[in-house]
Design a protein around this ligand. Structure first.
Ligand SMILES: [Fe+2]
Ligand SMILES: [Fe+2]
Length: 326
C-alpha cells in the first residue's frame, strides 16, 4: 500500500517521517479542537496503526517501533480516549452498575437512538450512495476482526475460548474464501469498486477513520482490553438487522447479488455472534476480572457513539445531495 495523501500538519509529519527515514524533528503539537472528527489527526493515527498491520511500500517494517511515532500515537490516543469517555460517561454510569453483563450490553444497544443509516440505505439511497457507503466502510471491513485478534493473548479461560470461537467464524472457519474481509473485497469487486487494501484511504472521512482507529486503540492497549471486548459486543449486536436492510437496499438499486452476499452472511452470523460476544466473552471477562466491568460498557458505548456520529455524517452528506438533485 502507498502512503496516503496528507490532510494537515500532523499527517504530513508522519508521512514525511516514514517516507524519508525521519529527520529527528518532533511532530507539531495537537491543536485545541477535538481529535475525534479531525481529518488530519485521525489520518495520522491510522497511518501509525497501519504499521502494526500491513505496513507501506518502501517503509521498513521496523518503523513499527519508531519511538517518536509511538510517542505521537500515545498523545493522540490519550486525547481520543478522553473525548470518548466524556461523550459516553452518562450512558456508561447508568448502564454498567450491576446485573448480567451480557443482558446489560444488549439493552444498551437496543436503547441506542442513533440515526439509522441502514434504514436509509434500505429505502432511499441512490446507487451512488450505496457505493459511497461501501467505500467508506472499506477501511474497516478489509481488515475485519484483525484489531480484536490483538486481544486474544491478553485474555484467559472462557473469554479467550469464546473470542477464539468467534474469530474462527470471522476468519472463514478454515476456508480462505469465507474470510469476512475477503467477502467484503468480493462485494467491492462485484460492485465495480477497487478491492485493494487501502484503495480508498484518500477518500474516506475522518469519522470513518475514527470508527476503525478506535478498534485498534482498544486492541493494541492491554489496559483497554475490557473496552475492546465491549466494543466488539456492541458492534456484533448492531449488525444482524442492519445487514438485512443494507442487503435489501443493495438489491433495490440493482447491484448484483454478489454485493449483498457479504451482508446476507452477517444477518445470520451476527445474530449468533452478538450472544457469543456479549455473554460468552464479556460476561466471562467480567467474571474473571470484575474491575473491567465499567470499561466493557465504555467500549460498547464508544462503538455506538462513533457509529452514530459517522451515520449522521453520511446521512447529512447524502440528504444534501438529494436536495440538490430534486
Ligand atoms: Fe464478520
Ligand atoms: Fe460477526
Amino acid at each position: 500500500m502507498h502512503l496516503p495523501q496528507e490532510r494537515g500538519p500532523i499527517s504530513r509529519h508522519v508521512i514525511q517521517a516514514l517516507a524519508h527515514e525521519g529527520d529527528g524533528s518532533l511532530a507539531p503539537a495537537l491543536g485545541p479542537g477535538e481529535v475525534t472528527g479531525d481529518d488530519d489527526v485521525q489520518l495520522a493515527l491510522w497511518i501509525i496503526y497501519e504499521l502494526h498491520y500491513r505496513g507501506f511500500d518502501g517503509v521498513p517494517d521496523d518503523r513499527e517501533w519508531d519511538p517518536e511515532l509511538l510517542a505521537l500515537r500515545r498523545s493522540i490516543e490519550h486525547r481520543f480516549e478522553r473525548e470518548l469517555r466524556s461523550a459516553t460517561r452518562e450512558q456508561v454510569e447508568s448502564t454498567s452498575d450491576e446485573g448480567d453483563v451480557g443482558a446489560g450490553l444488549l439493552q444498551l444497544v437496543a436503547a441506542d437512538d442513533g440515526p439509522s443509516l441502514a434504514a436509509f440505505l434500505h429505502r432511499r439511497a441512490s446507487r451512488d450512495q450505496v457505493l459511497d457507503y461501501l467505500r467508506e466502510r472499506s477501511v474497516q471491513q478489509l481488515k475485519e476482526s484483525d484489531p480484536q485478534s490483538f486481544v486474544l493473548p491478553r485474555l484467559d479461560g472462557g473469554a479467550k475460548a469464546a473470542l477464539a470461537e468467534l474469530q474462527y467464524d470471522e476468519y472463514g472457519g478454515g476456508r480462505p474464501e469465507r474470510l469476512h474481509a475477503t467477502m467484503y473485497g468480493d462485494a467491492l469487486e462485484a460492485a465495480g469498486l477497487d478491492r485493494t487494501y487501502g484503495a480508498y484511504i484518500d477518500d474516506v472521512s475522518a469519522l470513518s477513520l475514527a470508527c476503525t482507529n478506535v478498534m485498534t486503540m482498544f486492541g493494541l492497549n492491554r489496559r483497554l482490553r475490557g473496552a475492546a471486548m465491549g466494543h466488539l459486543a456492541a458492534f456484533e449486536a448492531s449488525s444482524s438487522v442492519p445487514s438485512r436492510k443494507i442487503a435489501g437496499g443493495i438489491a433495490r438499486v440493482g447491484l448484483p447479488d454478489a454485493v449483498a452476499a457479504y451482508f446476507n452472511e452477517h444477518v445470520e452470523a451476527d445474530a449468533v455472534h452478538e450472544h457469543v460476544a456479549s455473554s460468552d466473552i464479556c460476561g466471562a471477562l467480567v467474571s474473571a476480572e470484575p474491575d473491567l466491568r465499567v470499561d466493557v460498557f465504555f467500549g460498547a458505548a464508544a462503538s455506538l457513539h462513533l457509529e452514530s456520529l459517522s451515520g449522521a455524517e453520511l446521512l447529512h452528506r447524502w440528504s444534501t445531495e438529494l436536495e440538490v438533485a430534486s
